[in-house]
Design a protein around this ligand. Structure first.
Ligand SMILES: [Ca+2]
Length: 279
């Protein structure tokens, strides 16, 4: 009987393994790779990190100046990504986009549930940085404000929700944002704030509807994320980002696959009369 049980156990194990592999990395960037150069603007033509095949995962598209790979401070390695608010805030601002893509050579929208994680560090928490996730049509499905007069993190949907935690200047924090599969106009997303280790949660989990959901009925999925520093804030502040990642969440599939695997094993065992014999 053991010789007949073994294939069933292997089948069950392989189903579990397939489930574990279902999580896909769509974006992963720590700014320490050789596609960056110390303290160089990301839109530098010679050493640009922008473009197909230049990053392991995802693509950066710098639309404006004032974004660089910086050695000022880093949570991992020696570099992070720095956004500077220019001294003349009325003229310019800092913004950078990161497109999702499985192999780094092509931007690919996804309908999968995704988890976005990144670390941030503000030189002045009373300035506001906006982080957003958009679909292919450019709708803000996720919009999070970091810092500002309340020095907190706010999930934007119909209104603001605030954490109970207070941000400190010059300190690393980790933000995790979860968005559901098959994004619809009625979908909700959530966020959690952690300390620099990414382990200890600060404040409560926030959730709310999409900020500007796609109502066209056309599936445009999740396509890219971005961060922006806007004029009107403290003109001399900077914000740093590190260890940014986007992974798909095999939402519901884990339980389904395991249940399926279990049902297959049960049916096969019943068919071979092994369950009765085991009693
Ligand atoms: Ca780093």
């Amino acid at each position: 009987m053991k010789s007949k049980l073994l294939p069933l156990l292997l089948l069950s194990a392989s189903l579990s393994l397939a489930t574990a592999k279902a999580q896909t990395v769509l974006f992963n960037e720590n700014f320490d790779g050789n596609t960056y150069r110390d303290n160089t603007l990301l839109n530098d033509d010679t050493y640009s990190a922008v473009g197909a095949g230049k990053l392991e995962h995802g693509l950066w598209d710098v639309r404006y100046l004032n974004v660089s790979a910086s050695t000022d401070r880093a949570l991992s390695g020696t570099r992070s990504m720095k956004l500077d608010l220019p001294a003349d805030a009325s003229k310019d601002y800092a913004q950078v986009l990161g497109y999702f893509g499985i192999d780094g050579s092509e931007a690919v929208p996804t309908q999968e549930a995704i988890k976005v994680r990144f670390a941030f560090n503000l030189t002045n928490v009373n300035t506001t940085v906006e982080f957003y996730i958009r679909d292919r049509a450019g709708n803000n499905v996720g919009l999070v404000a970091i810092g500002g007069s309340q020095a907190n993190v706010r999930l934007r949907s119909d209104g603001y929700s605030s954490t109970t935690g207070n941000l400190n200047s010059n300190e690393w924090y980790t933000l995790e944002i979860s968005l559901p599969s098959n994004p619809q106009s009625s979908s909700e997303y959530s966020l959690s704030l952690f300390d620099a280790t990414g382990q200890n949660q600060i404040g409560s989990v926030l959730s709310g509807g999409f900020y500007a959901p796609n109502t066209s009925g056309v599936d445009t999925g999740y396509f890219y994320m971005g961060v922006a520093f806007f004029p009107g804030d403290d003109a001399s502040s900077s914000v740093y980002f590190d260890d940014m990642s986007v992974v798909t969440i095999p939402e519901g599939k884990t339980a389904l696959n395991l249940a399926f695997g279990g049902a297959v094993c049960f049916a096969l065992l019943r068919g071979k009369g092994l369950l009765q014999r085991a009693k």
